[in-house]
Ligand binder design. Structure first.
Ligand code: ADP
Length: 503
């Protein structure tokens, strides 16, 4: 039996490959950044060919660094930036346009137009679990069909294929033999009925999308096909796929209803497994498919915040008050408090639970004594407050649901910024619950590896996988209730003053 799983982690700014052993330990890593295109304000694109070549380069790099060959690899699992939309020619494999990235706001006007029909918005929410927003793939796909010359005719003639990033990679790796999307990625297109597990004809008609270009929905853990032998020296089974946030939930082994994780990366994503029941949010969260596994579907409630670690990057790259992100911890701890400062990092509007594309960032409460350390501390605090807003919404939805979910008593964390001990302690303080940081915070790629290994028998079952989760540190709440309420009241007030700013 081969000893390792190859996880392909196709992210927004870089392609990575991590090779894991059975204990979930990292054997080797390949990583490279790729080009970001910003053709107009608010537009974000990637070159789908570069996504493909970079992903294959890092996969071979990881093999080489680990002194491995394809014979050492049991199977491949994929996790990917979600919602990003690719359309290509089925005969030549050439994309008809750049990949339109999840962050791209080019369809905002169209969404606003559609949004005037409240009944339609509600129907879309009921069927897809999503809020009508340019974030999701559906309106991006429509944009390509409307704006790329000849695309609509070719699509209708059955010559074009659509896919999110995992679909594209699987199609390319199998030499164009397999055109599938896993259920977790399908549920982010705004074209997929998450109850019936099929493409929704009413929404396809509304957006003018021919169903012949859509991939076949499949589970997150099964052998989809084999790689072309020339890619790695021999054929390898591709056995698992999930969108990045769902993969992280899986990598954190949140297998039971009521378990949740918070990822502090560029953005902040809080997901709670709600079991086999989709819970429709009354508090601004999304309902999404967590994964399809062994003939069953698990759902999740999701809160998405667009700017999290990106606010720390802003302090570093735009304000130049940090040399590097980890330095923020010592700077925050060098002062007693924020000197009354609040920052709301609504740089691209606000996501969950506010959903205000017109909000903009602001700093409040500046006095003569405020210095850069206070600002750094206030920025870290804002990341924790944003997650507090998500968790509060989630606990409300959980309590009101018929799924028998209890409010969260401990939160598992991951993502780059969770390495910051100041941030994690403050997070625990404002949430009033324990924060659990695992030894392995690369849970996204680990989740993809688990999904692939479960399909091939590399991992026996979920219990087998669960034993790999090890805690690094537990942060327990230590703040008085009085102080906590006062801080949170200030945050609420600050957020309310940023809303509608750019309207
Ligand atoms: P992504 O996968 O979204 O690219 P990562 O999970 O790699 O993000 O996390 C990187 C983000 O975390 C960056 O925005 C960075 O500024 C932030 N970050 C990394 N380390 C720290 C730290 N010690 N303190 C605060 N922020 C950090």
């Amino acid at each position: 039996m081969s000893k390792y799983i190859m996880a392909l982690d196709q992210g927004t700014t870089s392609s990575r490959c991590i090779i894991y052993d059975k204990q979930g330990q990292t054997i080797s890593v390949g990583q490279m950044e790729f080009t970001q295109y910003f053709p107009q304000e608010g537009w974000v694109e990637h070159d789908a060919e570069e996504i493909w070549t970079s992903q294959m380069t890092v996969a071979n790099e990881a093999l080489l660094k680990g002194g491995l060959t394809y014979r050492d690899i049991d199977s491949i699992g994929i996790t990917n930036q979600r919602e990003t939309t690719i359309v290509w020619d089925k005969h030549t494999g050439v994309p008809v346009y750049h990949a339109i990235v999840w962050q791209c706001r080019r369809t905002a006007d169209y969404c606003e137009e559609l949004g005037k029909d409240a009944a339609l918005v509600e129907r879309i929410r009921q069927k897809t679990g999503l809020i009508l927003d340019p974030y999701f793939s559906g309106t991006k796909l429509r944009w390509i069909l409307e704006n790329v010359q000849g695309a609509r005719e070719k699509a209708e003639a059955g010559d074009l294929l659509f896919g999110t990033v995992e679909t594209w990679l699987i199609w390319k790796m199998t030499g164009g033999k397999v055109h599938v999307t896993d259920l977790s990625n399908a549920s982010r297109t705004m074209l997929f009925n998450i109850h019936d597990l099929c493409w929704d004809q009413e929404i396809l008609d509304l957006l003018g999308i021919p169903s012949c270009m859509l991939p076949t929905p499949v589970s997150c853990s099964e052998v989809y096909g084999e790689t072309m032998p020339e890619l790695f020296g021999g054929a390898l089974p591709i056995a698992g796929a999930a969108g990045d946030q769902q993969a992280a939930l899986f990598g954190q082994t949140c297998f039971s209803a009521g378990e949740a994780k918070s990822t502090y990366g560029t953005g902040n994503f809080l997901l709670m497994n709600t079991g086999e029941t989709p819970v429709l949010s009354e508090n601004g969260l999304l309902t999404t498919i967590a994964w399809g596994l062994n003939g069953k579907v698990n759902y999740a409630l999701e809160g998405s915040v667009f700017v999290c670690g990106a606010a720390i990057q802003w302090l570093r790259d735009e304000l130049h008050i940090l040399e590097n992100s980890p330095e923020s911890e010592a700077m925050a701890l060098s002062v007693e408090d924020t000197a009354g400062l609040y920052i709301v990092p609504a740089f691209v509007g606000l996501g969950a639970p506010y959903w205000d594309p017109y909000a903009r960032g602001a700093i409040f409460g500046i006095t003569r004594g405020a210095n850069k350390n206070h600002l750094v501390r206030a920025t870290l605090d804002s990341l924790a407050y944003q997650c507090y807003d998500l968790l509060t919404a989630m606990n409300r939805d959980a309590a009101a649901s018929s799924a028998g979910l209890a409010g969260l008593t401990a939160l598992k964390v991951d993502g780059g910024a969770c390495a910051n001990n100041y941030l994690m302690q403050f997070q625990s303080d404002v949430l009033g619950c324990e924060v659990l940081r695992p030894a392995c915070i690369e849970t996204t790629s680990l989740g993809a590896a688990y999904l692939a290994g479960l399909a091939t028998g590399f991992f026996r079952d979920l219990e087998d996988v669960k034993t790999n989760w090890q805690v690094d540190r537990v942060f327990a709440p230590a703040m008085s209730e009085e102080k906590r309420s006062a801080l949170l009241a200030g945050w609420k007030e600050a957020v309310s003053r940023t809303m509608g700013w750019a309207k």
